[in-house]
Design a protein around this ligand. Structure first.
Ligand code: GLU
Length: 463
């Protein structure tokens, strides 16, 4: 079997959206799984809508997702000569022809067909006129008048399209630019692409593309048209369902592994398994289990999956993901042991990296901001002695470890005749400014002895 060659051909008319990322992912995973090649091609032929900014945004999002490409990015607009060469070949072989009909003439043909109750379309007037290229002429593909063109599809099965419904469509405009379907086929063909997974919004183009393949006497690639992602209301996923851009999810504190895990599951399954690491996806992905029914985007499931990926990742790696979110809060943390410990304490309780950064804030500030209610409830005059004595005892330990801290707590509980919570909660408020924090010991250990002692003493002064 030939090595698999897949592609992702975004049109750079905006950011990389969730649906596009999912398509990229299917093609990338299949290439990675089979040891094949994944090609990135920028379909920038719509020059009015294509922007460099969009190209940059798309590349940036793919890189963030960890979807790497083996070839490209190729730019469709830079391949005009290749497109032209194939158009000439089609004309020479009699599969395409020059057409000089004016827009008014075409309108009249359509009107005529409509009047006869037929589908309005070009009537093939120039098909056998043997015209040559001249200013204002277009090139059309000669399409069969009868029969069907079958789109073989590994997801949907075969779909047959009536040839009689298809006119001799234009493959080169009068300004010399190739039409979309021609450019796609020529690019796919010359890039050796043999597997095309894309959204089923493109299914409508596929019979035309197949006719071009056939006219070029080329083998068809494997096609798989996947259903579009739906919103919770079962309408096609769009802006009104919330954030659409992959970069929004990065900004909201999602891990790339969680995003790819979630997106891939919106159209592919492996039994009931929900959580996949990146390597597991590469190992288990197959085309056979691409789903026929549309996946529904559910942000609460994606958050839950993100939390699981945060827990599963090593703290030292997560530091790298967290730093930009800390920076957003004005915290200039380093990629060091301290931040790694901070992450360890927050991993089990963070749904997103934004959550984690916010919860980490108290570790980095000089003095934690006191929540008034928490302070009023727990930093009372009665707790002043307890706080001071705890600070002294912690200050006196020779080794700042969990057993040493447990020992201090035991002593204070006995001296003040208080339960664990009655000590832990005021301490938590003293150190973090709030009543919610990671487990008291791990948190005090991560914070370090000096800061812990200093913060407890400060709190005792405040009461
Ligand atoms: N450029 C097209 C798009 O962004 C993709 C075409 C294809 O996959 O064949 O939707």
């Amino acid at each position: 079997m030939k090595p698999v060659v897949t592609r992702f051909p975004p049109s750079p008319t905006g950011f990389l959206h969730i649906g596009g990322a999912r398509t990229a992912l299917f093609n990338w995973l299949y290439a990675r799984k089979t040891g094949g090649t994944f090609i990135l091609r920028i379909e920038d032929t719509d020059e009015d809508r294509s922007t460099q900014e969009s190209v940059d945004a798309i590349l940036d999002s793919l890189e963030w997702l960890g979807i790497d490409w083996d070839e490209g990015p190729y730019f469709q607009t830079r391949r005009k000569e290749i497109h032209d060469r194939h158009i000439e070949k089609l004309v020479e072989s009699g599969h395409a022809y020059h057409c000089s009909c004016t827009p008014e003439e075409i309108d009249a043909m359509r009107e005529h067909a409509r009047a006869k109750g037929l589908k309005p379309m070009y009537n093939g007037r120039c098909r056998n006129r043997g015209l040559s290229k001249a200013p204002g002429t277009v090139v059309r593909l000669k399409t069969p008048d009868s029969g069907v063109t079958v789109v073989p599809d590994i997801v949907k099965g075969d779909t047959a399209f009536q040839n009689a419904e298809m006119d001799d469509f234009i493959i080169r405009r009068s300004d010399g630019s190739p039409m979309y379907n021609l450019a796609v086929v020529v690019d796919d063909l010359t890039m050796g692409i043999n597997t095309i997974i894309r959204g089923d919004d493109h299914l409508i183009n596929t019979p035309k593309q197949i006719l071009i393949y056939q006219a070029l006497e080329a083998d068809l690639p494997v096609f798989g048209h996947v259903p579009m992602v739906l919103g919770p209301d079962k309408a096609r996923l769009s802006k009104r369902h919330g954030a659409m851009s992959v970069s929004d999810y990065r900004d909201m504190g999602y891990l790339p592994d969680a995003v790819i895990n979630y997106l891939v599951r919106l159209g592919w399954s492996h039994g009931d398994q929900e959580f996949f690491t990146r390597n597991e996806l590469i190992e288990k992905f197959d085309l056979k289990h691409l789903g026929r029914s549309a996946g529904m985007f559910d942000i609460s499931k994606m958050i839950a999956l993100n939390a699981k990926h945060i827990q599963a990742k090593s703290a030292s790696e997560l530091v790298f993901d967290l730093l930009p979110h800390l920076r957003q809060l004005g915290i200039d943390a380093a990629e060091d042991r301290f931040t790694c410990q901070v992450v360890e304490t927050l991993q089990p309780r963070s749904k997103t990296l934004v959550d984690m950064a916010q919860s980490a804030r108290f570790y980095y500030v000089d003095e934690p901001e006191m929540d008034e209610k928490a302070a009023a409830k727990f930093l009372t005059p009665e707790s002043r002695d307890m706080l001071n004595q705890t600070a002294d005892a912690i200050d006196a330990v020779s080794e700042y470890t969990q057993p040493a801290l447990e020992e201090v707590f035991k002593q204070i509980m006995a001296d003040f005749n208080l339960g664990f919570g009655k000590i832990a909660q005021p301490l938590r408020v003293a150190v973090t400014g709030t009543t919610v924090s990671p487990g008291i010991f791990e948190m005090l250990l991560a914070l370090g002895k000096d800061k812990t002692v200093q913060r407890i003493r400060r709190a005792a002064r405040l009461v």
